[in-house]
Design a protein around this ligand. Structure first.
Ligand code: ATP
Length: 380
């Protein structure tokens, strides 16, 4: 396979299963975002791919070459981390040149004075300077080449780190929260820059982030990880609209997806707090998940008490509690929607096609009945 292939990788730290049989392919030119709660194993996976941590089990290959046993320096994998790791005493130009100098110059040639007397030195230096220039150009750093990292903003430093990563034409790019030290506006701008660079460089990119909007907007596919396991790897649209596991459904989306406990009776009819819902699935306890933007205020439906509001500018979040079960619900309304009073009885409806049903193990199950996709479910 052309690209990065992670096959059945496991890693334990004592009792902690940091990675449990993780397999993930990132094709050449593909951008995969790895998301998951703190401590789920994202950094451990990145470190194993980079070669700075070893796996207990499994294989890593790049362009069909097994690199599991290779040292980090032999892997042609570039890494960018949140703390840039620039050398403070070197200029931008010298920082970007470091990986090339390490590869192309001998230890003697890297010495400030002695290196110059070696034959072929100036050609090698000129080639390095040309590559550094191209990489700096790609990131808009041309005017900053003689500055030291201390004279740069956070965003500029991150661009130097990116320039240093692309200068050696890596087969794979690993980025671990590269934007987390930047302020909100700069993050959004730098997102686009990273995606542009990725398109130009064309390497397989694995990108770790805490920020799901970053993952959904930047990636070709999103990989959701929890407790050392990969739960789902899909397009951003499928991760959001078609989660196969309730942990994926509740992790992705802000505000969080609403979850209602329900029960499918022996005939498969689903009841919410004893009320028939008109939906059908295999008998047994189920969870119904509905995104806040898919709930509507109606004259009948799920009976709730209004709790309060959050005005977000482009929408209004209504907080409510289920009348019987007291489960918390959030409804996204138009910003100008009439606001019920706190404590007021309201009813919520939804379209059948917007309900995701999960079994007692949290696995997605199909609705059994062939209800019309646009049928409004207002309960009996
Ligand atoms: P975060 O988003 O907070 O950076 P993460 O998803 O990157 O978290 P990891 O750093 O990969 O998570 O850690 C996964 C699990 O392995 C955690 O429970 C962590 O405490 C544990 N762990 C990681 N490195 C070590 C280590 N060197 N020794 C012991 N336990 C470790």
């Amino acid at each position: 396979m052309h690209g990065l292939s992670i096959q059945s990788v496991s890693r334990h730290f004592g009792e902690v299963r940091a990675l449990d049989n993780v397999s993930l392919d990132v094709a050449a030119g593909e951008f995969v975002a790895l998301v998951g709660p703190s401590g789920c194993g994202k950094s451990t996976l990145m470190r194993i791919v980079a070669g700075i941590e070893t796996a207990d089990d499994g294989r890593i290959s790049i362009n069909s070459r097994d690199i599991t046993a290779l040292r980090a320096a032999e892997r042609n994998v570039a890494m960018v981390f949140q703390n840039y790791a620039l050398y403070p005493h070197l200029t931008v130009r010298e920082n970007i040149a470091v990986p090339l100098a390490m590869r192309r110059l001998s230890a003697l040639e890297r010495l400030p004075l002695l290196g110059r007397i070696k034959p072929g030195f100036s050609q090698k230096r000129a080639a390095i300077a040309e590559d550094v220039g191209k990489s700096a150009q790609a990131l808009g750093l041309g005017a900053l080449l003689d500055r030291k990292p201390g004279q740069l903003s956070g965003g500029q430093r991150q661009r130097v780190a990116l320039a240093r990563a692309i200068v050696r034409h890596p087969d794979a790019f690993l980025m671990d929260e590269p934007l987390s030290n930047l302020d909100a506006a700069l993050r959004v701008q730098t997102r686009r820059e990273i995606v542009d660079i990725h398109r130009r460089v064309g390497a397989a990119t694995l990108y770790v982030t805490h920020d799901q909007s970053e993952a959904l907007t930047m990636a070709d596919r999103v990989a959701v990880m929890q407790a050392g396991q990969l739960l789902q790897v899909s397009s951003p649209e499928a991760i959001y609209h078609d989660p196969q596991d309730i942990r994926v459904a509740t992790f992705i989306g802000s505000p969080r997806i609403n979850v209602l406990a329900a029960e499918a009776d022996a005939a498969g009819f689903i009841h919410i707090a004893g009320q028939p819902s008109g939906l059908q699935a295999a008998p047994g306890p189920v969870s119904l998940a509905i995104r806040p933007e898919n709930l509507r205020l109606a004259s009948s439906g799920i009976a709730c008490r209004a709790d309060g509001f959050e005005f977000l500018g482009e929408s209004l979040l209504l907080h409510a509690r289920h009348g019987a079960t007291k489960e918390a619900l959030i409804i996204r309304l138009a910003p100008e929607a009439p606001r019920p009073h706190a404590g007021e009885l309201i009813h919520l409806s939804f379209e059948a096609k917007h309900v995701l049903v999960f079994d007692r193990h949290g696995k997605r199950v199909a609705l059994r009945n062939h209800i019309a996709q646009h049928q409004e479910m207002t309960l009996a």
